[in-house]
Design a protein around this ligand. Structure first.
Ligand code: SAM
Length: 330
């Protein structure tokens, strides 16, 4: 029988307080460190609020909700804007950013209703200011959309916005924004560009060094009792190196694409394997997936071939013995 244990909550839900702090008893030092990381990510991605507003203006989402009587579900917004229903998940994410920012609000579900309903988005005072003018509104309009369009123009279809507005209008359900904009997915980009490969590998290695220090100090016991571990999509091996140093008897391997493994430093007790996680994963007691579930979503040529559940099933199909899956991050 196969068994799957996911021992951690997602680490990188950039919430406040940090989800780990809520889920586990962490030392104050670790909590401060993780909270600092959350703050840093909030700063790093604060431009996404501007991107989301630029896309909302471009798609005329406020006008669409207004046209629908001032309240609309995602499918109704999609129909009003005239984009493909395959963009529903993308629109949900965009609306999440915009409702947190206050551009729109979600109608509270009726207290008496026990059924789960699609969220209904409503206009706010901000929505009225971002609504695009009708041609005949002339001087009477109080909309700030011309000003906002001007100020936000650097975000329109730039690398910063990953061409999101164009992506929303694109019919192909499978292509990610990145792939649509650049013609290939991020891993193909790394394969053909040493600079891109080095940049991502170094970035991920830094993240792993940071995180594994906390993991090993605060809850290293989760690795007790296993003999072998494969870090799937393990990059240049920083997580596996840290685990192997803390548990010298644990046989650690890293599986990643050939152009990544080629750049991995040699580490005496970590084995590097070049391969494709969708084709096979070498046998082990446990696998580590750190920041890898999204890889499944943009697998191969930027085409979404697989959702998370299917991905877990695929992983488990490579094993004939029970395994532990440690999942860190998205
Ligand atoms: C976001 S990085 C995470 C790296 C590492 N797990 C970490 O957290 O530091 C995703 C990794 O998955 C690798 N990857 C992408 N597609 C893969 C595939 N089909 N098979 C194996 N590795 C893959 C990438 O090369 C990259 O190193």
């Amino acid at each position: 029988m196969l068994c799957q244990l996911t021992r951690f909550p997602s680490l990188l839900a950039y919430s406040n307080p940090h989800p780990w702090a809520m889920a586990m008893a962490l030392s104050k030092d670790a909590m401060d460190l993780l909270q600092a990381q959350v703050e840093l990510w909030n700063q790093t991605f604060s431009f996404m609020k501007s991107v989301a507003l630029a896309v909302a203006l471009d798609l005329r989402i406020a006008n669409a909700i207004c046209h629908h009587g001032g309240a609309a579900t995602l499918s109704q917004i999609i129909a009003e804007i005239g984009i493909s229903p395959c963009k529903l998940h993308g629109l949900r994410r965009l609306m999440r950013v915009l409702t947190v920012a206050g551009t729109f609000t979600i109608q509270p579900p009726e207290a008496s209703s026990s059924e789960e309903h699609e969220p209904v988005y409503k206009l706010t005072a901000i929505s009225f200011l971002v609504m695009s003018n009708n041609d005949d509104d002339g001087e009477s309009s109080a909309s700030l959309s011309p000003m906002l369009n001007h100020v936000l123009s650097p975000f329109h279809d730039s690398q910063l916005s990953m061409g999101l507005a164009a992506w929303f209008r694109h019919e192909d359900p499978a292509k990610s924004p990145y792939t649509l904009m650049r013609g290939r997915n991020v891993w193909e980009m790394c394969e053909s560009s040493d600079a891109a490969n080095a940049s991502i590998n170094n970035a991920m290695a830094a993240d792993s060094r940071f995180l594994m220090k906390v993991v090993l100090k605060e809850c290293g016991e989760i690795f007790h009792g296993i003999d072998s571990l494969v870090d799937v999509g393990g990059g240049v091996g920083s997580a596996a190196t840290a685990i192997a140093a803390a548990f010298p008897n644990l046989k650690c391997s890293v599986l990643d694409l050939p152009h990544v493994v080629a750049k991995a430093p040699s580490v005496s007790n970590v084995r590097f394997l070049a391969g494709d996680m969708f084709e096979s994963i070498p046998p082990a007691n446990a696998i580590l997936l750190k920041q890898c579930l999204h890889v499944a979503r943009v697998a191969r040529y930027g085409v979404q071939i697989i959702d998370q559940t299917t991905f877990f099933h695929l992983i488990l199909s490579f094993f004939s013995e029970p395994i532990i899956i440690y999942n860190f991050g998205c």
